[in-house]
Design a protein around this ligand. Structure first.
Ligand code: URA
Length: 264
Protein backbone atom coordinates (compact mmCIF):
# COMPACT_ATOMS: atom_id res chain seq x y z
CA UNK A 1 0.00 0.00 0.00
CA UNK A 2 1.36 3.40 -0.91
CA UNK A 3 1.36 5.93 1.87
CA UNK A 4 -0.13 9.37 1.41
CA UNK A 5 3.21 11.07 0.80
CA UNK A 6 4.17 8.68 -1.98
CA UNK A 7 0.71 8.96 -3.43
CA UNK A 8 1.22 12.73 -3.57
CA UNK A 9 4.60 12.28 -5.23
CA UNK A 10 3.10 10.04 -7.88
CA UNK A 11 0.32 12.51 -8.47
CA UNK A 12 2.93 15.29 -8.79
CA UNK A 13 4.72 13.13 -11.31
CA UNK A 14 1.49 13.10 -13.28
CA UNK A 15 0.82 9.43 -12.66
CA UNK A 16 -2.84 8.57 -12.18
CA UNK A 17 -3.62 6.38 -9.20
CA UNK A 18 -6.39 3.88 -9.42
CA UNK A 19 -7.79 1.15 -7.27
CA UNK A 20 -8.89 -2.21 -8.58
CA UNK A 21 -12.61 -2.72 -8.29
CA UNK A 22 -12.40 -6.21 -6.92
CA UNK A 23 -11.42 -6.58 -3.29
CA UNK A 24 -8.99 -6.42 -1.75
CA UNK A 25 -8.40 -2.87 -2.93
CA UNK A 26 -4.80 -1.87 -3.37
CA UNK A 27 -3.15 1.16 -4.82
CA UNK A 28 -1.68 0.88 -8.24
CA UNK A 29 -0.77 3.14 -11.09
CA UNK A 30 -2.22 3.24 -14.56
CA UNK A 31 1.03 2.71 -16.32
CA UNK A 32 0.48 -0.08 -18.80
CA UNK A 33 -0.75 -3.58 -19.27
CA UNK A 34 2.57 -4.67 -17.82
CA UNK A 35 1.83 -2.85 -14.62
CA UNK A 36 4.76 -3.89 -12.40
CA UNK A 37 4.40 -4.84 -8.77
CA UNK A 38 4.08 -1.97 -6.32
CA UNK A 39 7.09 -0.48 -4.67
CA UNK A 40 8.65 -2.45 -1.88
CA UNK A 41 8.44 -0.02 0.95
CA UNK A 42 10.88 0.85 3.64
CA UNK A 43 13.89 -1.19 2.61
CA UNK A 44 16.88 -0.89 4.86
CA UNK A 45 19.11 1.88 3.64
CA UNK A 46 22.58 2.75 4.84
CA UNK A 47 23.09 5.28 7.54
CA UNK A 48 22.60 8.71 6.17
CA UNK A 49 25.62 10.95 6.06
CA UNK A 50 24.70 14.00 4.10
CA UNK A 51 27.75 15.52 2.53
CA UNK A 52 26.77 18.37 0.34
CA UNK A 53 29.68 19.08 -1.91
CA UNK A 54 27.95 21.99 -3.37
CA UNK A 55 29.57 25.20 -2.39
CA UNK A 56 32.70 25.14 -4.41
CA UNK A 57 33.55 28.05 -6.59
CA UNK A 58 35.95 28.60 -9.38
CA UNK A 59 37.74 31.04 -7.12
CA UNK A 60 39.61 28.06 -5.66
CA UNK A 61 41.96 28.57 -8.58
CA UNK A 62 44.56 31.34 -8.42
CA UNK A 63 43.13 34.78 -9.24
CA UNK A 64 43.75 35.89 -12.79
CA UNK A 65 43.52 39.12 -14.64
CA UNK A 66 42.22 39.53 -18.15
CA UNK A 67 45.79 40.33 -19.21
CA UNK A 68 47.10 37.13 -17.78
CA UNK A 69 44.77 34.27 -18.64
CA UNK A 70 45.35 30.94 -16.97
CA UNK A 71 46.06 28.39 -19.68
CA UNK A 72 44.02 25.25 -19.92
CA UNK A 73 45.85 22.42 -18.22
CA UNK A 74 45.57 18.67 -18.47
CA UNK A 75 43.49 17.13 -15.74
CA UNK A 76 45.46 15.61 -12.88
CA UNK A 77 45.04 11.85 -12.66
CA UNK A 78 42.15 11.40 -10.22
CA UNK A 79 42.74 7.67 -9.76
CA UNK A 80 43.88 7.12 -6.20
CA UNK A 81 42.75 10.52 -4.89
CA UNK A 82 40.74 10.56 -1.67
CA UNK A 83 37.54 12.59 -1.43
CA UNK A 84 39.17 15.77 -0.18
CA UNK A 85 41.89 15.79 -2.82
CA UNK A 86 39.40 14.83 -5.49
CA UNK A 87 37.09 17.73 -4.63
CA UNK A 88 39.97 20.20 -4.50
CA UNK A 89 41.38 19.06 -7.82
CA UNK A 90 38.00 19.04 -9.58
CA UNK A 91 37.08 22.48 -8.31
CA UNK A 92 40.27 23.92 -9.74
CA UNK A 93 40.07 21.91 -12.97
CA UNK A 94 41.09 23.77 -16.11
CA UNK A 95 41.14 20.84 -18.49
CA UNK A 96 38.58 22.26 -20.91
CA UNK A 97 37.20 25.64 -21.85
CA UNK A 98 34.09 25.26 -19.67
CA UNK A 99 36.25 26.46 -16.78
CA UNK A 100 36.25 29.89 -18.42
CA UNK A 101 32.48 30.27 -18.29
CA UNK A 102 31.44 28.39 -15.15
CA UNK A 103 30.34 30.20 -12.02
CA UNK A 104 30.85 27.13 -9.84
CA UNK A 105 32.14 23.66 -10.35
CA UNK A 106 29.23 21.32 -9.67
CA UNK A 107 31.07 18.36 -8.23
CA UNK A 108 28.35 16.16 -6.71
CA UNK A 109 26.09 15.90 -3.71
CA UNK A 110 24.74 13.35 -1.28
CA UNK A 111 25.75 10.32 0.70
CA UNK A 112 29.26 9.20 -0.16
CA UNK A 113 28.29 5.71 0.95
CA UNK A 114 25.03 5.65 -0.96
CA UNK A 115 23.71 2.41 -2.39
CA UNK A 116 22.26 4.31 -5.33
CA UNK A 117 24.16 6.78 -7.51
CA UNK A 118 22.29 8.97 -9.98
CA UNK A 119 24.18 10.32 -12.97
CA UNK A 120 22.84 13.13 -15.11
CA UNK A 121 24.19 15.20 -17.95
CA UNK A 122 25.61 18.55 -16.91
CA UNK A 123 24.78 21.51 -14.69
CA UNK A 124 22.21 24.00 -15.92
CA UNK A 125 21.97 27.67 -15.02
CA UNK A 126 20.63 27.13 -11.50
CA UNK A 127 23.16 24.39 -10.74
CA UNK A 128 25.96 26.62 -12.00
CA UNK A 129 24.74 29.35 -9.66
CA UNK A 130 24.29 27.15 -6.60
CA UNK A 131 27.11 24.67 -7.17
CA UNK A 132 24.82 21.67 -6.63
CA UNK A 133 23.48 19.19 -9.19
CA UNK A 134 19.77 18.96 -9.95
CA UNK A 135 18.46 21.96 -8.04
CA UNK A 136 16.44 23.58 -10.84
CA UNK A 137 12.99 22.48 -12.05
CA UNK A 138 14.31 19.18 -13.36
CA UNK A 139 15.97 18.60 -10.00
CA UNK A 140 12.72 19.21 -8.18
CA UNK A 141 11.06 16.58 -10.32
CA UNK A 142 13.97 14.20 -9.66
CA UNK A 143 13.42 14.74 -5.93
CA UNK A 144 9.75 13.83 -6.35
CA UNK A 145 10.66 10.74 -8.35
CA UNK A 146 13.02 9.65 -5.59
CA UNK A 147 10.39 10.32 -2.95
CA UNK A 148 7.96 8.17 -4.90
CA UNK A 149 10.22 5.17 -4.29
CA UNK A 150 10.79 6.16 -0.68
CA UNK A 151 14.20 7.78 -1.04
CA UNK A 152 15.27 11.29 -0.17
CA UNK A 153 17.92 13.24 -1.97
CA UNK A 154 20.36 12.86 0.91
CA UNK A 155 20.18 9.05 0.73
CA UNK A 156 21.66 8.88 -2.76
CA UNK A 157 24.72 10.34 -4.43
CA UNK A 158 24.07 12.62 -7.41
CA UNK A 159 26.63 13.63 -10.03
CA UNK A 160 26.81 14.58 -13.67
CA UNK A 161 28.84 13.57 -16.69
CA UNK A 162 30.13 17.17 -16.81
CA UNK A 163 31.06 19.18 -13.72
CA UNK A 164 30.75 22.56 -15.42
CA UNK A 165 27.86 24.11 -17.29
CA UNK A 166 28.01 24.19 -21.06
CA UNK A 167 27.06 27.76 -22.05
CA UNK A 168 23.42 28.05 -23.06
CA UNK A 169 22.88 24.45 -21.93
CA UNK A 170 24.21 23.15 -25.22
CA UNK A 171 25.06 19.46 -25.47
CA UNK A 172 28.39 18.43 -23.96
CA UNK A 173 31.19 18.11 -26.50
CA UNK A 174 33.23 14.95 -26.80
CA UNK A 175 36.42 16.64 -25.62
CA UNK A 176 34.63 18.04 -22.56
CA UNK A 177 33.25 14.64 -21.64
CA UNK A 178 36.69 13.13 -22.05
CA UNK A 179 38.36 15.80 -19.94
CA UNK A 180 35.75 15.39 -17.19
CA UNK A 181 35.51 11.63 -17.15
CA UNK A 182 38.21 10.96 -14.58
CA UNK A 183 36.33 12.89 -11.89
CA UNK A 184 33.18 10.85 -12.38
CA UNK A 185 35.02 7.56 -12.56
CA UNK A 186 36.76 8.31 -9.30
CA UNK A 187 33.46 9.35 -7.68
CA UNK A 188 31.94 6.03 -8.73
CA UNK A 189 34.96 4.14 -7.45
CA UNK A 190 34.76 5.90 -4.08
CA UNK A 191 30.99 5.66 -3.61
CA UNK A 192 30.89 2.05 -4.82
CA UNK A 193 27.15 2.20 -5.44
CA UNK A 194 25.19 -1.02 -5.69
CA UNK A 195 23.20 0.44 -8.57
CA UNK A 196 23.64 3.41 -10.91
CA UNK A 197 20.60 5.19 -12.33
CA UNK A 198 21.52 6.98 -15.52
CA UNK A 199 19.09 9.77 -16.39
CA UNK A 200 18.82 11.00 -19.94
CA UNK A 201 20.45 10.24 -23.23
CA UNK A 202 23.78 11.95 -22.65
CA UNK A 203 24.53 10.00 -19.48
CA UNK A 204 23.46 6.69 -21.04
CA UNK A 205 25.43 7.33 -24.22
CA UNK A 206 28.62 8.09 -22.35
CA UNK A 207 28.35 5.50 -19.61
CA UNK A 208 27.31 2.68 -21.92
CA UNK A 209 29.20 3.87 -24.99
CA UNK A 210 26.16 3.52 -27.18
CA UNK A 211 24.11 5.66 -29.53
CA UNK A 212 20.91 3.82 -28.69
CA UNK A 213 18.05 5.98 -27.47
CA UNK A 214 16.88 5.89 -23.87
CA UNK A 215 13.62 4.33 -25.06
CA UNK A 216 15.57 1.29 -26.26
CA UNK A 217 17.93 1.11 -23.29
CA UNK A 218 15.41 1.30 -20.47
CA UNK A 219 13.78 -1.74 -18.87
CA UNK A 220 17.05 -3.68 -19.00
CA UNK A 221 19.81 -3.87 -16.43
CA UNK A 222 23.12 -2.83 -17.98
CA UNK A 223 26.48 -2.65 -16.31
CA UNK A 224 28.96 0.14 -15.94
CA UNK A 225 32.14 -1.78 -15.34
CA UNK A 226 30.91 -4.14 -12.62
CA UNK A 227 28.04 -1.99 -11.37
CA UNK A 228 24.44 -2.65 -12.44
CA UNK A 229 23.07 0.36 -14.28
CA UNK A 230 19.46 1.24 -15.09
CA UNK A 231 18.48 3.84 -17.65
CA UNK A 232 15.56 6.24 -17.52
CA UNK A 233 14.44 9.52 -19.02
CA UNK A 234 15.90 12.82 -17.95
CA UNK A 235 13.54 14.78 -15.67
CA UNK A 236 13.90 17.81 -17.97
CA UNK A 237 12.53 15.64 -20.79
CA UNK A 238 9.70 14.49 -18.52
CA UNK A 239 8.82 18.13 -17.85
CA UNK A 240 8.44 18.60 -21.59
CA UNK A 241 6.73 15.25 -22.14
CA UNK A 242 4.71 14.54 -18.99
CA UNK A 243 2.94 11.67 -20.73
CA UNK A 244 6.24 9.75 -20.47
CA UNK A 245 6.35 9.94 -16.67
CA UNK A 246 4.59 6.61 -16.30
CA UNK A 247 7.49 4.96 -18.10
CA UNK A 248 9.95 6.59 -15.73
CA UNK A 249 7.92 5.19 -12.87
CA UNK A 250 8.29 1.70 -14.32
CA UNK A 251 12.05 2.30 -14.65
CA UNK A 252 12.34 3.45 -11.06
CA UNK A 253 10.55 0.39 -9.81
CA UNK A 254 12.84 -1.87 -11.82
CA UNK A 255 15.84 0.01 -10.47
CA UNK A 256 14.46 -0.39 -6.96
CA UNK A 257 14.03 -4.13 -7.42
CA UNK A 258 17.62 -4.31 -8.67
CA UNK A 259 18.71 -2.51 -5.53
CA UNK A 260 16.83 -5.11 -3.51
CA UNK A 261 18.56 -7.89 -5.44
CA UNK A 262 15.14 -8.78 -6.77
CA UNK A 263 15.34 -8.54 -10.58
CA UNK A 264 14.81 -11.84 -12.36
N1 URA B 1 20.37 18.42 -15.67
C1 URA B 1 21.38 17.56 -15.42
O1 URA B 1 21.59 16.61 -16.17
N2 URA B 1 22.11 17.75 -14.34
C2 URA B 1 21.88 18.75 -13.49
O2 URA B 1 22.59 18.86 -12.52
C3 URA B 1 20.83 19.64 -13.77
C4 URA B 1 20.08 19.46 -14.86
Amino acid sequence: MLDARRRDCLRDMGITLWVRREAPARDSVSVSQEDPPPVVADAVLPEKSLLVESTFTASAAAPVSAMDPVPLAPVVDPAGLDWDDLVTAAVGCRACSLCETRTRTVFGVGDRNARLMIIGEAPGAEEDRQGEPFVGRAGQLLDRMLEAIGLSRDQVYIANILKCRPPGNRDPRAEEVLACRGWLDRQIALVQPEVILSVGGVAAKNLLETDEAVGRLRRRVHHYRETPLCVTYHPAYLLRRPEEKAKAWIDLQMMWRELQGDVS
